[in-house]
Design a protein around this ligand. Structure first.
Ligand code: 5GP
Length: 210
């Protein structure tokens, strides 16, 4: 039984190349969860194997900028020359339905979410070492040398924002990292600040009786 009825907004973030996407997929492959992934919108080129509406909604720069003007994003950021953003309407809808909505986004966007939704759960994924991260960035194989150089530079800056997060999860093994995130989500549900109103309903008293 759940003591809070509004969904939880979970932000998975971390430096570029840390394996956020892989960890997020492993999290969704775990049994018995109620997680919903928020599909982002981007202006970057579709990669081989990706499908519009599955990994991302792929749109033109003009369309993205039009949506920014209309206030249709919960957050958005420019990342290595492309826009990425979280569509606001879907997230709101899913949270109202009591779902647990997971965003997997870069750090600037994550900090915007924290400003707008202070009770979101901010998780920072880190590599076991900096070298591990550099190796991953250079072995991806789908990007040009210039793009890789930009991503390494960006990752170095991104390491500095960890103190703004609620949790730090080391991605030593993907399945371990996913387990840790699931444990965090379960614990967050039981937090008194999230469940106290429902608790008073349950015992037939109201908050004034504290
Ligand atoms: P990629 O191009 O490799 O798919 O993603 C590049 C970066 O953009 C990753 O760090 C990814 O987490 C981030 N990202 C994906 N979707 C969003 C989003 O909606 N907003 C923000 N701020 N970053 C995103």
């Amino acid at each position: 039984m759940k003591l809070n009825d509004k969904g939880l907004l979970v932000v998975i973030s971390g430096p570029s190349g840390v394996g956020k996407g892989t960890v997020r997929k492993a999290l969704f492959d775990m049994p018995n969860h109620n997680l919903t992934y928020s599909i982002s919108m981007t202006t970057r080129k579709i990669r081989p194997g990706e499908k519009d509406g599955r990994e991302y909604y792929f749109v033109s720069k003009e369309e993205f900028e039009d949506r920014i003007k209309k206030g249709l994003f919960l957050e958005h950021a420019e990342f290595v020359g492309n826009y990425y953003g979280t569509p606001l309407d879907k997230v709101n809808e899913q949270l109202e339905e009591g779902k647990e909505v997971v965003l997997e986004i870069e750090v600037n966007g994550a900090l915007q979410v924290k400003e707008k939704v202070p009770d979101c759960v901010m998780i920072f994924i880190v590599p076991p070492s900096k070298q591990d991260l550099y190796d991953r960035l250079t072995s991806r194989g789908t990007e040009s040398e210039e793009i890789i150089r930009q991503r390494v530079e960006k990752a170095n800056k991104e390491f500095k924002v960890a103190p703004k997060y609620d949790y730090i999860v080391v991605n030593d093994e993907v399945s371990n990292a996913a387990d840790r995130i699931m444990a965090i989500i379960r614990a967050e549900h039981a937090k008194t600040s999230r469940s106290i109103h429902k608790y008073y309903e349950l015992i037939g008293e109201n908050d004034e009786n504290e």
